[in-house]
Design a protein around this ligand. Structure first.
Ligand code: PAF
Length: 280
């Protein structure tokens, strides 16, 4: 069975031994409660690296005061079985005290973290960038794998890596969906059966927007309006945002053309779900 280690020192021991043997290392940062989306990242990391570390850590610093830190689902045994089966080499599952000793240092990326999810989650990306930087320094991977479902996170991490000269390749992986289109997320477990049905409005609305562009629509405002209208037809949905931005600058897009990120965040009951599509 795959080793599960709790301390930074233990990770470093494994990494040192692998490096002595000239092996390459992939990192898949996760908050656990792994699903098919995470598995696709781990599978790719296993294909592309000699050893793969999966971090399994519900990072408290990326949750705001009224968010779901306590409720966030956890199941280390199930995660370990999935990682083992996928061929990962090590799980790093620290306690918060192992990662944070009254820190005075934060890593934050400006501007592109102030919009979309950053607007309603003001501390989120600094928490993500800080923990991801720490994981990069602990594991020193050659490659790190992130899902496109958190498209803004992927862009923010890429920018951080460029700005801070981390010698790490960031690999973005496609969104994995349920058969009916719902993007896989650990937070889907919060949904009641009725909410689960309602949650389909995200992928349905984005699908409509995407189709409009494929059929020649060039106005980003028109695409956004259509996405918003489709979500608003669902009584259980409350929109946090519907945005279409230039994927490099994160400024509002006028034209619905590459590089475009169309992204939504929607509350279904109390559960906040995100989804997106990209035109590259
Ligand atoms: O995407 C996530 O699960 C988290 O934001 C990450 C990257 C593991 C950092 O805690």
């Amino acid at each position: 069975m795959i080793p599960v280690v709790k301390t930074i020192d233990e990770v470093r021991k494994h990494v040192k031994a692998w490096r002595r043997d000239g092996l390459s290392i992939g990192l898949v940062p996760t908050m656990g409660f792994l699903h098919e989306g995470h598995k696709s990242l781990i599978d790719r990391a296993v294909r592309e690296n000699d050893r793969v570390v999966v971090s399994d850590f519900v990072n408290p610093t990326q949750f705001g005061p009224n968010e779901d830190l306590e409720a966030y689902p956890r199941d280390l045994d199930r995660d370990a079985a999935l990682c083992d089966e996928a061929g990962a080499s090590l799980i790093f599952n620290p306690e918060p005290e192992e990662m944070y000793h009254a820190p005075l240092t934060t890593v934050s990326v400006d501007k592109i973290t102030k919009v979309l999810c950053g607007k309603s989650r003001p501390v989120h990306f600094a928490g993500v960038c800080t923990v991801v930087s720490k994981l990069f320094n602990i594991v020193t991977p050659d490659r790190a794998y992130f899902g496109q479902k958190d498209a803004q996170q992927l862009c923010v991490v890429r920018k951080m890596v460029k700005d801070l000269d981390f010698d790490i390749e960031i690999v973005g992986c496609p969104i994995v969906r349920e058969a009916d289109g719902l993007a896989k997320s650990s937070r889907n477990t919060y949904l009641s059966p009725e909410e689960r049905k309602a949650a389909l409005c995200l992928s349905r609305a984005l699908g409509k927007g995407r189709k409009m562009i494929d059929e020649g629509e060039r106005s980003a405002a028109a695409v956004k309006a259509a996405i918003r209208a489709e979500i608003e037809r669902e009584p259980l949905a409350r929109i946090d945002y519907v945005e279409a931005v230039n994927m490099d600058s994160f400024e509002d897009a006028e034209e619905a053309a590459a590089p475009l990120l169309a992204a939504v965040a929607v509350y279904i009951g109390k559960t906040r779900l995100i989804d997106n599509f990209i035109i590259e």
